[in-house]
Each structure stands twice: as C-alpha cells, then as structure tokens.
Design a protein around this ligand. Sequence first.
Ligand SMILES: O=P(O)(O)OC[C@H]1O[C@H](OP(=O)(O)OP(=O)(O)O)[C@H](O)[C@@H]1O
Ligand SMILES: Nc1ncnc2[nH]cnc12
Length: 184
Amino acid sequence: MTHLNETDKAYLLNSIRDIEDFPKPGIIFKDITTLLGDEKAFNFLLDHLSTRYENQEIDYIAGIESRGFIFGAALAARLRKRFVPIRKPGKLPYTTISEKYSLEYGVDEVAIHIDAFSSLGTHKPKVLLIDDLIATGGTATAAVKLINKAGAHCIEACFIINLTFLQGDLDIKKTTPVYSVLEV
Ligand SMILES: O=P(O)(O)OC[C@H]1O[C@H](OP(=O)(O)OP(=O)(O)O)[C@H](O)[C@@H]1O
Ligand SMILES: Nc1ncnc2[nH]cnc12
C-alpha cells in the first residue's frame, strides 16, 4: 500500500522496541531488531516501501552502514535494483571518496567506492538513499553529498524512523526530497 494510515503506523511503531539510556543516559534507543524478528511487520514494511518505489525511476539503492544495509538491501532485492553500501571509513577495499560530518563532539566520516555508480548512457544514475533512522541528520546529509560527489543524483532519502524533534532532515530537504515512514 502506498499510504499508511495511523493504525498501520502504530502497528510498525509497536514492533520497534524502545531501550532507555542506551548507549548513553538520556537517549531512548529505537531498537529495530524486534521489527526484523517479526516477519509479518518486516514484510509489511517492505510491501509498503516496494509499492512506494516500484514505479519510480531508480537505478541504485544506497544503504548507510550498518542498519541501512538491512532495509536497503532487502528493498533492492525486492525491486531488482543494484545495491550500494555507504560505509564507515577504512572498510571499503577499493578506491573510495569520503565525506566528513560533525558530531556533538568531534567528526565522523562516510565513504563510498569511487566507481559505485557506473554511468548509465545519457542520464546521471538515480539513487534512492535508505537508512533506518534519522536523528541529527549528520550521517544522511553527508551520504547525500557523497552520492552527488560520486556523480549520481539522490532522488529521495528514505528513513524508517525520523526523530522529528531533532529536525535532522532540514538540511537534506534543501536539495533532496525526504520520506520518513514513521515520525517520532
Ligand atoms: O542522524 P544522525 O545523528 O547522524 O544519526 C543517525 C545514524 O545513527 C545510527 O547509526 P550508527 O552510527 O549508530 O551506526 P550503526 O547503524 O552501525 O549502529 C543510525 O543507523 C543512523 O545511521
Ligand atoms: N535514538 C536512536 N535510536 C537508534 N539509533 C539512533 N541513532 C541515533 N540516535 C538513535
């Protein structure tokens, strides 16, 4: 189904477990392992995402390490699209390009293989970016920049959960559509 009603969203949200004070005091961690461990909820989510994206022009689905790999690769297999991993630094074996981003304290980085998106005739490769969750938005904003640096076009950034009170999607929305299945 393209549109999820409030009952559908409550069903998915209830399949995700909240863990208080992980990994630090004050954080409520959204634990998606309970969604993955519930085959009905996981397939319900994948049915929804497949319906949303099946008729859109997409050449690649890129997932952000590590939880974005799970949803991104599952959706890519269903839609018969190519999957590209966006990884933490030092993990990819071939030549990479990378993008740094700020954390609350310090910096982090995401990387991609330089040839991840091979050119497809006349058009720039169209990429759907997927991650499980957007919090401050630092990771996903850097990932969108990386997709552009790699010569592709990010057609949408998709998240299963958006922690809306952090407004992490504001920067991405300046250049790229954002879709969040669940807003918390
Ligand atoms: O919006 P941000 O504030 O940048 O945070 C969101 C990112 O944090 C989590 O990943 P994490 O770095 O914990 O890695 P993991 O998926 O390997 O656990 C989550 O899966 C996102 O990738
Ligand atoms: N509250 C949270 N739950 C799960 N993953 C996260 N990544 C950043 N914040 C998170």
